[in-house]
Design a protein around this ligand. Sequence first.
Ligand SMILES: Cc1cc2nc3c(=O)[nH]c(=O)nc-3n(C[C@H](O)[C@H](O)[C@H](O)COP(=O)(O)O)c2cc1C
Length: 252
Amino acid sequence: MTAAPDRTGPDGRAAPAFDLFWLNSSLNATTRAGFGQRAGAWQPPPPAADRLAVTAAPVALGRPVDAMQQAAEARRSRRAFAEQPLTAESVAALLSGAAGRADGSGRLVGSAGALYPVEVFLLLRRPSPPLERGVHRHLASEHALVEVGPLPEEEVLGDLLDPTGDPGGAAVVVLALHLEAVLDKYGERGGRFALMEVGMTAHALELRAAAAGLAGYLLGGTDDAGLDEVINRGRRPRVHTALAYVVGDPAH
Ligand SMILES: Cc1cc2nc3c(=O)[nH]c(=O)nc-3n(C[C@H](O)[C@H](O)[C@H](O)COP(=O)(O)O)c2cc1C
């Protein structure tokens, strides 16, 4: 008989090296200053020769001319926002990128073992009737939102997102991970899978935002510990903040 695997996640031992990596790469009120200083002081190295270059002549590839290409070309980081709240229609369009297929067979974004470790939270800074200002969890299969708690005051939230100034945007999408199943099933490699899936979901949101005419940008230096409190509100098992996406109508 096979022994049951050790339980799991950042709270347990299924993937101790990933747990350590997660801990060491997490940002909180203390570690954030060092992260900011390091990134701010970084100088790009002088352009180097392409180490993968070969002598064969490149074969030019044409770009497709279709709606998907149009959406991909429209995606870019936009950091200037209008003051107005998002409409409920914009919220629906934005989050549809992270939703389940309309026919109920899985989701628009794939997942290792169909475990779907990415949880999507919408921090709505300005109400989008019928949605109130607050923390909303996206239910992917139903493509619905459920309010899970209040948002901290603007000043506190702004600081958790960006200590250097108001990040802007009428809302922030937080992509968080529940790691138990993926680390239990795949061990250390499950950590890679989970982070890849954060990236895939983030890209799907960016594409949807672009198609809906919204502005937005990914925010990688958030106070993870602080945002974890905002989205978990004491619930167990906890989900772990991985990446944020600031979004709103563009400034004109
Ligand atoms: C993982 C990740 C983290 C990022 N973090 C930040 C950030 O903290 N602040 C910011 O202004 N942009 C952030 N960005 C956006 C990048 O600066 C942007 O994608 C890059 O400059 C390329 O520009 P584009 O998105 O317009 O193509 C992040 C992007 C990624 C993928």
